[in-house]
Design a protein around this ligand. Sequence first.
Ligand code: NAD
Length: 294
Amino acid sequence: VKKKAGKYEKQAKAVKQTAVLGAGIMGGGIAYQSASKGTPILMKDIKEEAIELGLKESRKLFAKQAERGKLTTEQMAEKLTHIRPTLSYGDFGHVDLVVEAVVENPKVKDKVLTEVEGLVAEDTILTSNTSTISITRLAENLKRPENFCGMHFFNPVHRMPLVEVIRGEKTGDAAVAATVAYARAMGKTPIVVNDCPGFLVNRVLFPYFGGFSLLVEQGADFQHIDKVMEKFGWPMGPAYLLDVVGMDTAVHANEVMAEGFPDRMAREGKTAIQVMYENERLGQKNDKGFYAYE
Ligand code: NAD
């Protein structure tokens, strides 16, 4: 499924002004990363609180860099000006590339993507940060599917080097080229992958979460599993990782995976992860998941 990203770069259109839809865990992180590397970004959400949270996180990350002497106070203030928070589509006409990072729900994504396609210039590249939903499927309602591809970041965006650039059936080379170039400008390592539910990384990760969930359902202690996986050499165990990802995102992503691969991913009954979600233990986003947070 892996293709070399380098071959696309010669054809890349310049990406000078970008926008992200959604100011949540991922949207906020994408805005920070773009601003930190000098590409201005509009950050749009439908909730004022989400925008405030997204900005707060960016301020915190820039302040940490200033504390470490990597940025002066002036540089920090300048970088923050690259993030333009908004509740409206007002300035979207001048954007070269949009990253959609709203909730993992195909209906919401369809609505947002068709809305924004109607407002941007004809050659604006649209991308989706979906974790699992097929890019070919999301392109179905678009008028210019050749300008659309996946741009899948990992959480936390500022620390995770990989970005999957996903080529749907109708994605054109120019969209892939611009997205690869933008990922590199953000200091990331892009890989171009073909389209399928879960792409590359989540096809490996979600069966692992499924295995973890089964063990918990059979009575295993989640903290013990985390400790074992850390000793095995992974930077964090599955329970902690699920808290970082968010139980809502994990449940919605797993539904898409189960639909795509019913023989391997569909399960009878409720998983431990679903039970957590139904009990509103979403993870770090609401300070309680497998672990409790302050
Ligand atoms: P989140 O719940 O933290 O944020 C989603 C944001 O979208 C919220 O702020 C919400 O207000 C906003 N939103 C909803 N409808 C909107 C609309 N119409 N216009 C603008 N904003 C809207 O979710 P998240 O974890 O940031 O996930 C966002 C996307 O990124 C999902 O597709 C998810 O699968 C994907 N993703 C998540 C992770 C992760 O670890 N959480 C990793 C990679 C990719």
